[in-house]
Design a binder for this molecule. Structure first.
Ligand code: HEC
Length: 141
């Protein structure tokens, strides 16, 4: 009787030994499958399709600020939600650039309040676009 059951015990025993390894392999597979989901990693040659060579204030910067910042930093919202920092016009944005507060805030560097406040970081293309504009001297073009 016991002899007949022996193969069953062996299988169960082997499984108990193998289980942690199986689990490890599954976890590793799960982790590695996420790894290349990032567009920038997949297309590093063209920076993930992000063109930062044609950046202008009106066509590149305004839409980013408009979509992500004016709910708090618009002229009427700023006194209530945006610590009275106004980013609706060129002069307001340029002031933050000149104070060296803009790029640090949006790239979540230490020593800056991370922007957009209580929201996820802007995607890399938007941050790189703003960086390129600042590096070009933040022109009003
Ligand atoms: C939900 C509201 C909200 C949004 C959205 C928001 N901000 Fe702010 N922002 C604030 C508040 C409030 C402060 C003041 C924070 C403080 O001093 O503690 C601030 C501060 C800042 C500062 C100064 C940070 C520093 O460390 O000196 C900059 C620059 C800034 N915001 C830029 C932006 C930009 C650019 C965006 C859009 C990408 C944005 N903010 C989106 C509310 C917001």
């Amino acid at each position: 009787m016991l002899k007949q059951l022996k193969p069953v015990f062996t299988v169960v025993l082997n499984f108990r030994i193998a289980f942690p390894f199986l689990l490890l392999i599954m976890v590793m597979a799960a982790v590695s499958s996420c790894y290349y989901d990032n567009e920038e990693d997949l297309f590093p040659e063209n920076g993930g399709g992000c063109d930062t060579t044609q950046v202008t204030y009106s066509l590149s910067i305004v839409p980013i600020i408009h979509d992500n910042c004016l709910s708090c930093h618009g002229n009427t919202a700023a006194p209530i939600f945006g610590s009275n920092i106004k980013l609706e016009d060129y002069s307001g944005i340029k002031a933050k650039v000149d104070e060296h507060r803009l790029l640090g805030a949006i790239s979540h560097q230490s020593g800056y309040v991370a922007m957009p406040l209580n929201d996820s970081k802007l995607d890399d293309c938007k941050i790189n676009t703003i960086r390129a504009w600042i590096n070009a001297g933040a022109p009003d073009n």
